[in-house]
Each structure stands twice: as structure tokens, then as C-alpha cells.
Design a binder for this molecule. Structure first.
Ligand code: SAH
Ligand code: SF4
Ligand code: F3S
Length: 471
């Protein structure tokens, strides 16, 4: 049994990170372990977790499990969890309750949790005392070890907890079962060293480790050859890519090399304003296949709060960067904002509104500060009432929605490129995203799925647009 320790997770060692290509092995006797059995994975959290689930699916299929889309019918249930805010936690514990119920009628069901919550000391302690019936718990650092973890639990019919506190090397040969045939997530780095004072990610994902560029480029080239149209380069802080490698190769170089593979669309998330340099902006402008869409988290517009958050930029330097990004033709910019950080005053909040009024974002994710155990902000004195926090969130969303609508309105009667991904939730229509990341529903034949087509926008809705294909 390996259980996580917060103290260990916080450490940043200077141990060299190696790239290993032979770490993932499924022993011959485990290749049929899942024969006749189905699995169901529920994924919470960010794109990195989505992509981890694509790896987990492929690993389970290497053991002969088959995918099932109904939790109630599955033989193996995994929750790939997120720890970013309290409500993410609550959702998972609610689901664990449902699984317990299921296990009462079908005790042979194997149930487990993985992902960021599994990396938390407090969560694992709770599992050890109150959820002894959960079969497996593994973390974000040892997904490749799933075959052995699962086999040990099944063989001994016992709870198997295997969570490493400290990240290991980069494992390059993990298989993947992608959710889409047209767009793909590609990890370019793992972990985060920014330690924003409110954030749990540096504890759950370990220190920043960039993948070697050769492996990233090879993955993208393979995707191009398999007919993929779009890649999204993933990292908690992609602009810092390469800073931990012993070379001068950074995000601008990587973006350029990925663009040169000829893939139709290149995206990247998430950008921390701190490391966004002019070189990157030049590369984005130079290549038509790098999409004019940038997610640039603000968090707060108040210098005082930004300092308490440990974000290392000011309102002024953020706006300076924002204005430079606006010189990218046709660019759309979105953001993340936290309201109700400990001690946030009405004045601080007004600074945030001021930035929103200047930037007029295309859209934004907005959150109420949620204290995460073990982070510095969780210990800061917080005299803002929940009522006030809710009120600020409401006022902020009002403004965000106004600008989002204004940004969308500009698309009416324009013709824009859309990668058609599949059927829309709206009956009979197809759906896809513009280069600028706007969701469009299109009335067109299914033969367009997987293609980038020109769409004339005919109607603007609150969260989407309607359009028709033009030649
Ligand atoms: N790496 C990204 C953010 C990843 S987390 C970045 O630095 O930009 C996604 C968003 O969740 C953050 O941008 C932040 O707005 C929000 N968030 C993170 N921790 C939070 C917390 N403790 N309470 C509320 N929101 C939080
Ligand atoms: Fe969290 Fe900050 Fe790292 Fe983003 S950059 S993952 S907010 S610590
Ligand atoms: Fe959540 Fe972990 Fe992503 S905490 S946001 S799943 S890195």
C-alpha cells in the first residue's frame, strides 16, 4: 500500500526526470483478466483528466475489458476525479454513495477512484476509514501501473491503494483510446511549479516536467497520418514549456514545429500570463494553422489580490499582454476569474470588473474561491461573507455574459471555418467549433463530419450559433 503525503507532494526535488519508453507492460497472464467484463469511467475536471481517461481506457482494453456506457451495468467502475474546488469533491463523494448502493446488489462489481482527489492525503485517509469497500485507488503519477494494481486487488479480493506522492519519470509508451477521430489532446508537459496560493494542482500533479519535443512531434505526425484535423497541446501552464529541459527549446519553438507538421488546426491550453513571450505571439501570427484563440486566465484585476494569489503579474502588465495578443488577426480571448478570495474588498472586486470592461472577453469561467486543504490561501483570514461572494459572482457573470453576447453578435452573416465533429444535441443538426472556438450548429448532411467547412452564421444564441454551409 502506498498512501500520499502532502508534505512529500509539496517538495520539489532536483532529481533529473528521465524519459522511459518501456515502463508500461501488461504481463501475459493479465492480458485476459478482463475477458467478458465491461468497464465504465466517469471523468471530472480539466482536459488533462479527460486525456488521462483516454489512456486508462486503452490500458483496460489491453487487459480485454470492453467499454460500457452505463455505470449500472458495468463490472468495473472508475471515477477519474478532480480536486480543484469543494464542489468537485462533493460530486465525487455523491457518486461514491451511488456506487456503494450498486455494490449492495452486485457485490462482484469492482470500484475505484483515481485522478487528483486520489492524490490528496485527506481523501485517502477518509477512504481508509469510511470506504473500505472501494477496491482500487491509484493516483496521477502511476496510471501505467494500473494492470498490476487491478490484478492484485482482484486476486486478493482486497482494497489496493497505490498513490505516489512524488512524480516519477515521463512514461512514453502508454496506449490511448481517443474519444474523437478528428481532434486529439496531446500532453506537452505534466505538473506545475507556479504554486498559486489557492491552487491544489502543484500538489496533485507534481513538479513541472516537459515531454521531449521529438515525442510530441512524432505523436502529432502520427495523428496527421491517421486523418486527425486538430490537436490541442495540453499543460497547466504551456507557456513555461521547456523551462525544465536543458535546452533553449521553448513553447515558441514547439508551436512552430507542431504547426510545420501540417495538421489543420493547432490549439493550446492553458496559458499563464507570466510566461507568454513575444516570440510566441510572432509564431501564432506566422502560421495559419495555429488557431486565433487564447485562454488567458486573469483570476483577479486587483494588484493586491494578485499578489496574495502569487500570480506574479499586475493589472497593468496583464493588460499590456492582452493588447499585444489583440494584434493577432481575428483573435478570440477567454479567461478564468475567481471572486471572493480571502479579504477581497469591494474595491478589489471593482478592479476585476474594470479589467473585464476593458478586455470584453469572448467568454469566461468564473468561480467563487474555494479553500483547498494544505494551500496557503486556505489559511488566510477570510472576512467576506458567502452572500457577498455570491453577489459578486452574479454581478461578474452579468457583465461577462453581456460581452460574450456582443462578441458573438459580430459573427452574424459572417462566413467562418468550422470543423464538423458530429451530431448536435439539437435534433438533426451537426455541430462543430470555429477557429475561434465558437460552438456552431449546422444543418448539413452527415458526410461533412470530420471536415473543415465554411459556414455562414445565420443566428446567434446565448451559448451557440446556427449556420449553414456555403461553398
Ligand atoms: N493552470 C491554469 C488553471 C488551472 S485550474 C492557470 O493557471 O491558468 C482552472 C481554474 O480554476 C483556475 O484558472 C482558477 O480560476 C480556478 N481555481 C483554481 N483553484 C481554485 C480555488 N481554490 N477556488 C476557486 N477557483 C479555483
Ligand atoms: Fe494552479 Fe497556478 Fe499552476 Fe494554474 S499556474 S495550475 S492556477 S498553481
Ligand atoms: Fe482538477 Fe486535477 Fe485538472 S484538480 S482541474 S483534474 S489537474
Amino acid at each position: 500500500m502506498n498512501i500520499p503525503s502532502r508534505l512529500e507532494a509539496k517538495k520539489r526535488t532536483s532529481k533529473e526526470v528521465l524519459t522511459k519508453t518501456n515502463e508500461y507492460i501488461v504481463d501475459n497472464n493479465l492480458k485476459t483478466l478482463g475477458e467478458g467484463k465491461t468497464y465504465f469511467i466517469k471523468t471530472y475536471g480539466c482536459q488533462m483528466n479527460e486525456h488521462d481517461s483516454e489512456n486508462i481506457k486503452a490500458i483496460l482494453e489491453d487487459m480485454s475489458f470492453t467499454e460500457c456506457d452505463e455505470m449500472e451495468k458495468a463490472d468495473l467502475i472508475l471515477l477519474n476525479t478532480c480536486a480543484i474546488r469543494e464542489n468537485a469533491h462533493n460530486k465525487v463523494f455523491g457518486m461514491i454513495g451511488r456506487i456503494k448502493h450498486l455494490k449492495e446488489t452486485r457485490p462482484e462489481v469492482i470500484a475505484g477512484i483515481c485522478g487528483c482527489m486520489a492524490q490528496e492525503e485527506g481523501v485517502v485517509n477518509e477512504i481508509l476509514t469510511n470506504y473500505k469497500w472501494l477496491d482500487i485507488v491509484f493516483g496521477t503519477h502511476n496510471i501505467y501501473a494500473l494492470p498490476n494494481i487491478l490484478a492484485t486487488s482482484m486476486k486478493n479480493n482486497k482494497q489496493e491503494i497505490d498513490v505516489l506522492s512524488i512524480e516519477g519519470d515521463i512514461i512514453e509508451n502508454i496506449p490511448v483510446k481517443r474519444d474523437s477521430k478528428y481532434k486529439a489532446w496531446v500532453n506537452i508537459m505534466y505538473g506545475c511549479d507556479k504554486f498559486c496560493t489557492y491552487c491544489i494542482v502543484p500538489y496533485t500533479r507534481g513538479k513541472q516536467r516537459s515531454r521531449e519535443p521529438e515525442y510530441i512531434i512524432k505523436e502529432v505526425l502520427d495523428l496527421v497520418n491517421s486523418g486527425y484535423k486538430e490537436v490541442t497541446l495540453l499543460g497547466q501552464n504551456v507557456n513555461a514549456y521547456g523551462k525544465d529541459l536543458d535546452t533553449n527549446y521553448g513553447m515558441a519553438n514547439l508551436l512552430e514545429d507542431v504547426a510545420k507538421t501540417g495538421i489543420d488546426r493547432v490549439r493550446f491550453v492553458t496559458s499563464h500570463p507570466w510566461d507568454f513571450n513575444d516570440e510566441m505571439i510572432d509564431v501564432i501570427k506566422k502560421y495559419d494553422n495555429i488557431m486565433p484563440y487564447i485562454h488567458l486566465p486573469l483570476q483577479s484585476g486587483s494588484d493586491r489580490i494578485l499578489k496574495l494569489m502569487g500570480r506574479r503579474y499586475t493589472k497593468e502588465s496583464y493588460l499590456e499582454l492582452f493588447n499585444k495578443l489583440k494584434t493577432i488577426p481575428n483573435v478570440s480571448i477567454t479567461t478564468d476569474i475567481i471572486v471572493g478570495f480571502p479579504g477581497e474588498t469591494e474595491e478589489d472586486f471593482n478592479e476585476t470588473l474594470d479589467v473585464v470592461n476593458i478586455c470584453k472577453y469572448d467568454s469566461a469561467f468564473t468561480f467563487i474561491f474555494s479553500p483547498r486543504e494544505g494551500t496557503p490561501a486556505a489559511k488566510m483570514e477570510d472576512n467576506v461573507t458567502l452572500e457577498e461572494k455570491n453577489n459578486r459572482l452574479y454581478r461578474l457573470n452579468d457583465l461577462i455574459n453581456k460581452y460574450a453576447k456582443e462578441a458573438n453578435d459580430k459573427y452574424l452573416n459572417k462566413t467562418v471555418p468550422v470543423l464538423i465533429e458530429g451530431k448536435s444535441e439539437k435534433g438533426g443538426l451537426l455541430m462543430g467549433y470555429t477557429d475561434t472556438m465558437k460552438l456552431v450548429n449546422v444543418n448539413a448532411p452527415k458526410s461533412n463530419i470530420g471536415k473543415i467547412v465554411n459556414v455562414k452564421i445565420t443566428d446567434i444564441k446565448t451559448w451557440s450559433m446556427d449556420g449553414e454551409i456555403v461553398k
